[in-house]
Design a protein around this ligand. Sequence first.
Ligand code: FMN
Length: 446
Amino acid sequence: MHRVAPALAMIRNIFGSQTGRGAAFWIVNLLIALVVPSPIAVPVLIARFRRAPPPRRPSTDAPVSGLRAREDAPAHAVPTKEDHRMSEASLFAPTQLGSLALKNRVVMAPMTRGRTVGANVPNALMAEYYAQRAGAGLIVTEGTSPSPNGTGYARIPGIWSPAQAEGWRQVTDAVHARGGRIFVQLMHTGRVGHPANLAPGAELLAPSAVAAPGVVHTDAAGPQPIPVPRAMTDAEVRHAIEELVTAARNAIAAGFDGVELHGANGYLLEQFLSPETNRRTDMWGGSVEKRITFVVEAARVVAAAIGGERVGLRLSPYGVNAGMKPYPEIEETYAKLVAELVPTGIEYLHLVDHSAMGAPPVPAALKRLLRQAWPRTFILAGGFDRASAEAALRDGGADLVAFGRPFLANPDLVARLERGLQLNPPHAASFYTPGSKGYTDYPAAA
Ligand SMILES: Cc1cc2nc3c(=O)[nH]c(=O)nc-3n(C[C@H](O)[C@H](O)[C@H](O)COP(=O)(O)O)c2cc1C
């Protein structure tokens, strides 16, 4: 029982304690959608005509330099038009992420699990957990810090040190041995967290000195109020971008197929996007154009360092996790952001709608606009089952669909979905607790 309360506090922190305010946000969202359609349409239109790198065509014979050759890439027969239409709609058909062959269109969504032991280093238990889920076309790992300053939650992994990269190597090897693909999610928690959770010598840093509401679990003293972070200097902002580049390079050295920048759920990248959390008046804040600069620059330099095909970005417009709130220019912000991201060459956008968890929904029109503005792979996440995922593929809303809680509780999720088998329910009380219980002990279907 002593682990249940901290676990629930952490759940609330990670994906939202604002459930009761959902209806109010809904109404605000609708009004915003009705009142400000025009600032969105312009950047979306501009995006289509920019000097974007051409969309990458699926190709199994174009290995990216540095990536290990994959003998297990599926062979592609020449499809008929009808085969093509059907397979586009099938979650279970092989596909491509840039030049990376995926065995299906099911993505395991990133999920923080808090299973490291000391120094934020991944371990054999984590390798077992991810290997169990290697049936996914693509695994995106739990949020993993690129910096000692980004470890706001207890026991989350890092990837800034050689020891951490070494720890991750056993995970990537285990997943690849089962024919899976795996990206690491780079999550800098920014203002969200507590010094008791931070790596030694680290500090709670954010764009501005604006505290996140609520409490966060610490192993040392249970739930603690989230303190006011220190506003980053210009040099610290630039250093945080360099940390992302180093983390991305470490990820490739550790055998990852790529990295996902965590621009969602109220962490550092989103803290730069929102005027609620970014009150800066320098080049990193003050206008929509300046507030998107950190994310665009991070995407640009990480893509330059490891290749755009190996980079994705997760976004959660209208998300309310960790004290985020919608704001009047929210749709303009995301439209301009996506337009600016096109020329960076990053491969995918991963849009998450947390309305299944009590957040306000992302308006369908905004999803469509962002999808239309994006020339490469588009992933949707949040509350999907087989039918809704196949509908999203069929109507062109997504190229891949990510599943969170169903994958957490069902190591063989893809097989279960394909065979129409019943799913194990997830146990929220063990989402973030140490050890194998509620982690590697969910049964596979017989
Ligand atoms: C235990 C847990 C931890 C999560 N941690 C993260 C995280 O580290 N990074 C992230 O982007 N989303 C995180 N999420 C959100 C999931 O990726 C996903 O978007 C969410 O669960 C909704 O999808 P679902 O309805 O399929 O579960 C987490 C969700 C859960 C349940």
